[in-house]
Design a protein. Structure first.
Length: 330
């Protein structure tokens, strides 16, 4: 099954994701490519574990979906989003049995290490998400990235590195075959969390699905000046005070008049770390003469601090045009 990012809860519950196969082992694969690993590997278990696959490429998502369906693997959830967002915001603590990373993009150029997935912050989150006995399993042809990942795991202070042979299925992926044809071998490591027993409390999640109750959708109520009729809109950029990577950037790109009702729609681009969302914010007339500024459900937005800030940016832009805010709900 393909899940849009907004189909998840933050954090989610494996029993909700796999209602027909509760209690089975849970495996996450990051960057599954065309999906060859899982049909091979799932066969090595008496009953196929629940599978969660995350990819950045939409083409790969569709190819892998077809492959898993053909293999009859129905307890599989595939999604397209940055793995960093999925592991940080969606996965609950101590629920994963294994995390598979086969032939990750190596980012070989000097100065590009910050783009690599297997860095100390990733291991710190994974140490929380794995069950006791679970492990992150890396297979790669890339000598330098392999050493880098092992050093980062050790530097994280939360993982032990075990060097073993790769599972046979990891040598059947598209990239494994590509490197094998070139005569290259593959390295494999298991990164095993050191923790045993209770972990210190995790910081609260700040992401949420689009709420069912109207009142909980980020919004504001305001009175527009009688003369309000925007003919011209200049792009607006707002940034959170937090340092890069932790905060958000909101760019209000455009404003459109709606034809059906007395109102407008703002198009906003929201960037928060690895997550980028395009969202619509409606400005709609209400019966009492005020206007409602409200995040639209269209496009399945995830409610994040940046998305709330987008509603705030639209509201502040309207204030700069003379609107008087009656209520802020963002
Ligand atoms: C070199 S390919 C390997 C694909 C597959 N594992 C294989 O062995 O054939 C790396 C894959 O990781 C995906 N990827 C890269 N960064 C990612 C991220 N941050 N989150 C999820 N997927 C990512 C890419 O889209 C690409 O499909």
């Amino acid at each position: 099954m393909i899940f849009r990012p907004s189909d998840f809860h933050f954090p989610d519950d494996p029993a909700r994701l796999y209602p027909d196969t509760p209690g089975r082992r849970w495996v996450l694969e990051i960057g599954f490519g065309d999906g060859r690993f899982w049909p091979h590997h799932a066969r090595t278990f008496p009953e196929a574990p629940n599978y969660l696959g995350v990819e950045l490429s939409g083409v790969s998502l569709l190819k892998a979906h077809r492959r898993l369906k053909a293999a009859g693997l129905s307890n599989a959830v595939l999604t397209k989003m940055p793995a960093e967002v999925l592991v940080r915001e969606v996965l609950p603590d101590q629920t994963l049995d294994a995390v598979i990373v086969n032939f990750p993009d190596p980012w070989p150029k000097a100065g590009h290490e910050e783009h690599r997935l297997l860095r100390a912050p990733f291991f710190e989150v994974m140490a929380r998400r794995l069950k006791p006995g679970g492990a992150v399993q890396l297979t790669t042809d890339h000598d330098e990235y392999f050493e880098f990942a092992c050093a980062q795991a050790a530097a994280s202070g939360v993982m032990r590195v075990e060097l073993t042979g790769p599972p046979p299925a990891a040598l059947e992926t598209k990239y494994a075959l590509k490197w094998r044809d070139l005569g290259l071998g593959a390295h494999h490591a298991r990164f095993v969390p050191l923790h045993s027993g209770a972990l210190p409390a995790a910081p609260p999640r700040t992401f949420a699905p689009y709420p069912e109750e109207n009142a909980a959708v980020p919004h504001a109520v305001l009175t527009l000046p009688a003369s309000f009729a925007p003919q011209d809109f200049q792009k607006v950029t707002a940034r959170s005070p937090q340092p890069r990577g932790e905060g958000w950037t909101v760019v209000l790109l455009d404003l459109y008049a709606t034809l059906r009702r007395d109102g407008w729609t703002a198009l906003a681009h929201v960037v928060e770390g690895e997550l980028t969302q395009e969202v619509l914010v409606g400005i709609t007339a209400r019966g009492d003469g005020t206007h409602l500024v409200r995040l639209a459900r269209f496009g399945g937005p995830i409610i994040t601090p940046g998305v709330k800030a987008a509603v705030g940016s639209v509201t502040e832009w309207l204030e700069a045009q003379g609107a008087v805010v009656v209520h802020r709900g963002y």
